[in-house]
Design a binder for this molecule. Structure first.
Ligand code: HEM
Length: 383
């Protein structure tokens, strides 16, 4: 392993970092088709040595951020969280979660939406290991952030800023980037829900060392996915169809590039093939018009674009959603029933969302120090 780290260090020294290349665009044509059953990355098998003993305490949210309506604890996840624990950094870096929350609080709503998506894109490729943040060091081997689905990710600078503050307070390898990404996704949900959706995020993840752009398309569902493809993709990560519907509710915030729903793969603005509401369709046609060939952006939720709420499901029911993958939720009995249930204003979706985010945060986590590290976010060989 020491050998591998040395080799990576050398490559990193020779190579170039590529943090500049974050211009956003959706799914340009042509895009490779996804396999109907996405391939799951090889399962991570933690070996000895065992992870540092987590402190299984349940801290309440810090006073300044106490949610206005305290909610009941989320249902216990059905998959084990493999060594993750709530309050993991209480003894080693007690302000870690506060720092992330403070930095996220100062971000704008668009970046906050980006942070929730960043967490999803991190966890679905090689598990929640911050591999999505890694910069390219080998000119022949682009990292995940150069994969088509990741070109429009945003919020990297928030992760960097939070990690820098944590490092100043607690040292460079006290807290993993993967945990910072998970905390940031949780905190963005908290602020965008007007402090209604708060939950504990178990921590203790280690950071991965491998990041490959060609692993993004097979693992991240495209906006033209069918309901069967969506189910298969989430199942390959250990998530249920109901959790897939629940997590899709994140499309209640943020933006999309026109190319994500208006291309030869996804002809959502064509009235003869699309079931999109005609008013929304004509409005999107206007918004996507560009003399310069620009790939414009539009909001995902026309009703409450910056609010984490259950409006997304109402939009699915009224055909006011952008993607085929959103509309596809009505194409199977179980998922359409879930959409109807989540559209009810009874707080059930919010509770399910909290639990599903925690479950997503446990996908193939690396909790052993064997081969994994805590590092500067984006950089492999910083220590
Ligand atoms: C179910 C399968 C999903 C598909 C096919 C999908 C696809 C997409 C696409 C194509 C975009 C727009 C990208 C662009 O053009 O800029 C997007 C945006 C977004 N997605 Fe998803 N997504 C899915 C699930 C999720 C999940 C599980 C989450 C989080 C829990 C999520 C959170 C978001 C957020 C917050 C945005 C807006 C990001 C921003 O404003 O920067 N999505 N998604």
């Amino acid at each position: 392993m020491a050998k591998l780290v040395t080799v990576l260090a050398l490559i990193a020294l020779l190579g170039s970092t590529a943090r500049t290349c974050q211009a956003g665009y959706g799914y340009p044509t042509p895009v490779p088709s996804i396999p109907s059953t996405p391939t799951a990355p090889p399962p991570y098998t933690p070996s000895t040595p065992s992870p540092p003993t987590p402190t299984p305490v349940t801290p309440s949210p810090p006073p300044s951020y106490t949610p206005s309506t305290p909610s009941p604890p989320p249902p216990t996840p059905t998959t084990p969280t493999k060594g993750l624990a709530v309050g993991y950094y209480n003894k080693t870096c007690s302000r870690a979660e506060d720092i992330v929350r403070e930095v996220v609080r100062d971000a704008n709503p668009g970046i906050m939406a980006g942070l929730i998506r960043l967490f999803f894109h991190d966890c679905f490729v090689r598990g929640c290991d911050a591999s999505v943040l890694l910069d390219q060091v080998d000119p022949n081997s682009p990292t995940e952030k150069f994969g088509v689905p990741n070109l429009s990710l945003r919020g990297f600078e928030v992760i960097d800023a939070a990690k820098a503050r944590i490092e100043k307070e607690c040292g460079s390898d006290a807290v993993s980037c993967a945990d910072v990404v998970a905390f940031a996704g949780r905190d963005a949900t908290y602020f965008l829900s007007n402090k209604k959706v708060y939950f504990d995020m178990p921590a203790g993840r280690y950071d991965g060392l491998v990041s490959l752009s060609n692993e993004t398309l097979p693992n991240l569902p495209p906006p033209f996915a069918t309901v069967d493809q969506l189910k298969a993709n989430f199942a390959s990560k250990g998530l249920t169809a109901d959790e897939m519907v629940t997590l899709s509710g994140a499309h209640t915030i943020g933006i999309s590039h026109c190319s994500s729903f208006n291309s030869s793969f996804s002809d959502r603005l064509n009235p003869s093939t699309s079931d999109m509401d005609p008013m929304l369709m004509s409005s999107l046609r206007e918004q996507c018009k560009s003399d310069t060939g620009n790939d414009n952006t539009v909001v995902q939720d026309i009703k409450t674009p910056n609010k984490v709420d259950n409006k997304y499901y109402k939009n699915v029911l009224s055909h006011e959603v952008l993607f085929d993958s959103d509309a596809a939720l009505m194409k199977a009995d179980d998922t359409s029933a879930a959409v109807r249930a989540n559209a009810k204003d009874n707080g059930v979706w919010e509770e399910k969302f909290k639990a599903a985010m925690v479950r997503m945060g446990a996908i193939e986590v690396k909790t052993s120090a064997n081969g994994e590290i805590r590092r500067k976010c984006g950089v492999i060989n910083s220590y």
